[in-house]
Design a protein around this ligand. Structure first.
Ligand code: KIV
Length: 275
């Protein structure tokens, strides 16, 4: 079944949980989509898990578009959400609309996601007015890593939690269709989830959110530089892959691969002429 922003809206109304994962390429998007996921995020997390950077700040609009195109070809049913990278929506409303528009027009995204609350409301309104659905993102927003002094859990004081609640309400009023809540206390996420009528998608925000999102390399055990507390590893594909690659290297070394069944033939008549 095709997932749209209406699927997200209805899920909240019906108390049905939403599941999302990140993806950055065709093959993985196809597997994730065929598994029945509701939404795929082409996250700027690609800066870390694809490019090996220490944070997400260097990711560009062109890179997100490149990966969105690949994901779009593989995912037939999931809602495709493209992340707006750092500085692609901060400088002006026009710039934000233009970059969001490129993600839809060139990448094929159904929606965009951007980080922030009160500071980005004008951008959210502008993008929504351009008929592009916007997913908000509050809490431990990775693009604020330098302002936060590291990847630190947010919303732990009364003041900070109140600000998050106010930001979530304001994002809904500005027209966002969903909000990612990242790295905040579960009780604060629960309060926000009850307060807004759009779905909250949690990552490190407890189980009372309307849905969950994870980076696929984290949940499949393919990225072990740093495993955050909120990640559950559903598999250890990193080890499985190393074992398989080790077997391949061993068989190549021994001359056991390729076998007869992996090779192509030429007619003897043709072959004779080559000698
Ligand atoms: O970039 C990303 O992958 C994200 C999710 C972790 C929410 O923003």
């Amino acid at each position: 079944m095709k997932n749209t922003v209406l699927t997200f809206k209805q899920a909240k109304a019906q108390g049905k949980k939403l599941s999302m994962l990140t993806a950055y390429d065709y093959s993985m998007a196809k597997i994730i989509d065929e598994s029945g996921i509701h939404g795929i995020l082409i996250g700027d997390s690609l800066g870390m898990v694809i490019q090996g950077e220490e944070d997400t700040l260097s990711v560009t609009v062109d890179e997100i578009i490149y990966h969105t195109k690949a994901v779009k070809r593989g995912a037939k049913n999931a809602l495709i959400v493209s992340d707006m990278p750092f500085l692609s929506y901060h400088t002006s409303i026009e710039n934000a609309i233009y970059n969001a528009g490129r993600m839809v027009k060139e990448g094929g995204a159904h929606a965009v996601k951007l980080e922030g609350g009160a500071n980005v409301l004008a951008q959210v309104r502008g993008i929504v007015a351009a008929q592009i659905p916007v997913m908000g993102h509050l809490g431990l927003t990775p693009q604020s890593v330098n302002a936060f002094g590291g990847f630190k859990v947010q919303g732990k004081s009364e003041e900070a939690a109140k600000q998050l609640i106010a930001d979530a309400v304001a994002l809904e009023e500005a027209g966002a269709f969903a909000i990612v809540l990242e790295g905040i206390p579960a009780k604060v996420a629960e309060l926000i989830t009850k307060k807004v009528s759009i779905p909250t998608i949690g990552i490190g925000a407890g189980k009372e959110c309307d849905g969950q999102i994870l980076v696929y390399q984290d949940m499949l055990g393919m990225f072990d530089n740093f495993v955050p507390k909120f990640v559950k590893q559903y598999a250890n594909l990193g080890n499985t892959m190393k074992e398989a690659i080790g077997m391949y290297i061993h068989e190549v070394d021994k001359g056991d691969f390729p076998e007869e069944k992996h090779t192509f033939k030429i007619d003897d008549e043709q072959l004779k002429k080559l000698y």
